[in-house]
Design a protein around this ligand. Structure first.
Ligand code: NAD
Length: 293
């Protein structure tokens, strides 16, 4: 995918939501030299996000090749943490990483439309909600699209980019140039619930959970069939734990609502784990157990 010339390092970037994805996306832009404003209304989320950013910056130096050039403290200083959305007013691009709930995303998109300048492009990190539904909650449907970063965003090389039917060429070019500047390959797909990634992945995770629920195998064995037999890097249930079981559940609910397809109906086991607070890696327990660091 070709993109335009490198946007200047002074291009202001906004990120909404200091959760798993928002902090990773902020890290990607800050490491490439861009000033980032990260807005989350929840002070606890901002504090936890700052801690995770520092951990992510250290991990990048150990795991990424070539290792990022600038010292972690310098990169961290490029991220400004904001309690109010007005701080995003001057951003050229805002990447929205709020929860995967239709009502919440609609509210966030409306707020961003009011808070940002007329030229700001709004890119959602949604896992499943069609771009055109989100665009419909703004007065700038030509400047809305989805940048579906993968998790962990700062360690993954590619992004699924979703162009809505009303997204302009200019907005797409802005986003592709910025993704190129932060070293991400972009794979462009058309607008559809769950796009390619989660339209395929979510029913697989749901089916894998159903096999555990019906007693065909335990979670460990289900994953081993994929890693040890097929040679996949990770089984579907560990993948679900990495994503966050609450986010998987919310994505399935969106897919069920937007497609009407009953195969997206979340299994009782998945609902039960989320209800009991077992949200995967981030809570220390999901289909598997984890150490919280
Ligand atoms: N987790 C993954 O593997 C993954 C991968 C790709 C895309 N996504 C998508 O990225 C988005 C974020 O997912 P996540 O896993 O980071 O979720 P998360 O639950 O970790 O973080 C969501 C953040 O949004 C904040 N928030 C809540 N309401 C808000 C509001 N009104 N305004 C601003 N911030 C608000 C919360 O405080 C929280 O910090 C979702 O749309 C999800 O589907 C997730």
């Amino acid at each position: 995918m070709r993109s335009g010339s490198r946007p200047p390092a002074t291009t202001p970037i906004g990120v909404v939501g200091a959760g798993t994805m928002g902090v990773g996306v902020a890290q990607c832009f800050a490491e490439a030299g861009y000033p980032v404003t990260l807005h989350d209304p929840d002070p606890a989320a901002r504090a936890a996000g700052e801690r995770r950013l520092r951990t992510g910056l250290r991990a990048a130096r150990l795991l990424r090749r070539p290792a990022p050039g600038d010292p972690p403290a310098e990169v961290a200083a490029r991220v400004r943490w904001a309690s109010a959305p007005d701080a995003l007013a001057g951003a050229a691009l805002v990447v929205e990483c709020g929860p995967e709930r239709m009502d919440v995303k609609e509210r966030i998109l409306g707020t961003l439309d009011a808070a940002c300048g007329p030229d700001t492009v709004l890119a959602s990190c949604t896992s499943a909600i069609p771009v055109d539904i989100l665009a419909g909650h703004t007065g700038r449907p030509d400047r809305v699209l989805a940048t579906h970063f993968m998790n962990p965003a700062h360690l993954k090389d590619a992004v699924e980019v979703v162009r809505g039917p009303r997204t302009s060429e200019e907005s797409l070019a802005t986003v592709l140039a910025l993704l190129d500047a932060i070293g991400k390959r972009a794979h462009l797909v058309r607008d559809s619930p769950g796009f390619v990634s989660n339209r395929v992945l979510m029913p697989m995770i749901n089916d894998a959970a159903a096999r555990v629920e019906e007693g065909t195998a335990d979670a460990e064995t289900v994953d081993l069939v994929f890693t040890d037999c097929f040679g996949h890097a990770m089984g579907p249930l560990r993948t679900a734990d990495l994503i966050g079981l609450d986010t998987v559940l919310d994505s399935l609910v969106v897919l069920r609502e937007t497609t009407g397809d009953p195969r997206f109906e979340p299994t009782a086991l998945l609902r039960d784990l989320v209800e009991r607070g077992h949200r995967g890696r981030k809570s220390g327990r999901g289909f598997h157990n984890y150490e919280i660091r």
